[in-house]
Design a binder for this molecule. Structure first.
Ligand code: NIG
Ligand code: FE
Length: 416
């Protein structure tokens, strides 16, 4: 028999609508209902409306009814860009940056990503699984119900495969859904120093077919940056990935403008991420392409760099998503409350745009906007209950976690 739950008397329900990313000014159009109700059947939303209307038409005799008066409800957050699996930490680099060292200087001198590669290669799969589970549980407590996770701290065959396999295992043992991305193109491994083209060939011939065959990743990503991979090398990898049926992503124009956004529009990639230094041409190209502009304000904050031009991107008609970029180097935080604060207070995004960016557009950035990212019939019931009666508290109660309950596929999976 079907399992039916009805959430009633929701003080404020706030959600974007649709099964695809919302672009430009449509990002600001969200649905807000008061005294709302949501009907969930077997983990799927089947009806949404005002409480009186829903109760008069729902088959309430078989349903579990829950009163959410006094609380707002929003869709589960989708963190569409993270590096949440890693070994070791790099606090000494953070301290060096505070004293003026730059991220790229540290990277070029063998610290940075290479530093984490060394500690990740030394980890066991069990350790990685334990840490991963703990980090996902922490994300869940801030309302994250789906998360993208990148490999990229192994670079060699064994560790890259282990990272992707651990993500698969995590999907079986805890509620946050993880979408795995192969980021072998995160850095040129020490054993390929000076031979970046050969490393690109190795990924194309030895890694992509294997990962495809074992269905270990949905996306392929590369760090296109001065001193890392060139736009040409990135294009070679991403086109090969795309022809094998992978979705594609690119770390683009994070520290220098190297044509990453233009490339993302040309491929086209599912998303172009970072974009702190995007060119005017890059903005125009992304606006007229299907690629989503994924902005990572916590990274700009931690690196003390200017934020990506969110306002310009949205005004040009782009689809913008927001994500944490959680990693041990450039951004050792996955704070959703901080992300809301930075987007609204420092990037000039409206609160409805920010909500859209972190839900529906985040879902689109991982190819799942048909199933998650909004509260409407047909979508998976991934929902976040807030302490206060309005979603405006997500930014008004600055950088404080508002989440008191998380519902995943219709089931309460976190509650305080
Ligand atoms: O998105 N820029 C490349 N990758 C990460 C940083 C990874 C690291 O420093 O460990 C980022 O910022
Ligand atoms: Fe990243």
């Amino acid at each position: 028999m079907a399992e039916i739950t009805i959430l009633t008397h929701i003080a404020e329900l706030a959600t974007p609508l649709g099964k695809a990313a919302r672009r430009g000014k449509d990002m600001n159009e969200i649905r807000i209902l008061h005294d709302a109700a949501v009907v969930i059947q077997d983990g799927i939303i089947t009806d949404v409306g005002d409480t009186a209307g829903i109760l008069s038409r729902a088959r309430t005799s078989r349903a579990a009814i829950r009163d959410l008066s006094g609380h707002a409800l929003v869709p589960g957050f989708v963190d569409s860009h993270t590096h949440f699996l890693f070994g070791g930490f790099r606090p000494e680099e953070f301290m060096l940056r505070l004293q003026g060292a730059s991220y790229l200087e540290i990277h070029k001198s063998g610290g940075g990503i290479e530093n984490t590669v060394r500690s990740t290669r030394a980890e066991t799969a069990e350790q990685m699984l334990r840490d991963g589970k703990e980090r996902l549980s922490d994300a869940l407590s801030m309302g994250v119900t789906s998360m993208e996770g990148k490999s990229g701290y192994g670079l060699d065959k064994t560790t890259e495969l282990t990272m992707l396999q651990v993500m698969r295992q995590l999907n079986q043992i805890q509620p946050v859904e993880v979408t795995p991305t192969y980021l072998g193109g995160h850095s040129i491994p020490a054993e390929y120093k000076g031979r970046a083209d050969e490393y690109i060939s190795f990924m194309i011939t030895s890694m992509l077919p294997l990962i495809k065959e074992q269905k270990l990743a949905a996306f392929v990503d590369i760090f296109c940056e001065d001193g890392v991979f060139t736009a040409k090398q990135s294009e070679t990898l991403l086109r090969a990935a795309s022809s094998l049926g992978f979705g594609t992503k690119i770390h683009a124009d994070e520290i220098m403008s190297t044509g990453g956004a233009e490339l993302a529009a040309r491929v086209p990639c599912t998303s172009a991420d970072h974009l702190l230094m995007i060119s005017e041409q890059g903005i125009r190209d992304l606006a007229s392409s299907a690629a989503i502009a994924t902005l990572l304000p916590c990274t700009a904050f931690c690196l003390a760099k200017p934020y990506a031009p969110a306002r310009k991107l949205i005004d040009a008609g782009c689809a913008v998503s927001l994500a944490s970029d959680y990693n041990p180097g450039s951004c050792y935080t996955n704070s959703i409350p901080l992300l809301f604060a930075l987007a609204v207070i420092h990037m000039g995004m409206t609160l409805p745009e920010t909500l859209t960016a972190l839900t529906l557009n985040g879902a689109a950035a991982i190819g799942r906007a048909d199933k998650i990212g909004s509260i409407e019939p047909g979508k998976q019931a991934d929902l976040v209950v807030l302490k206060q009666p309005s979603y405006t508290f997500l930014v008004y109660n600055t950088a404080k976690n508002q989440v008191i309950e998380v519902i995943k596929k219709g089931k309460s999976v976190y509650k305080i």
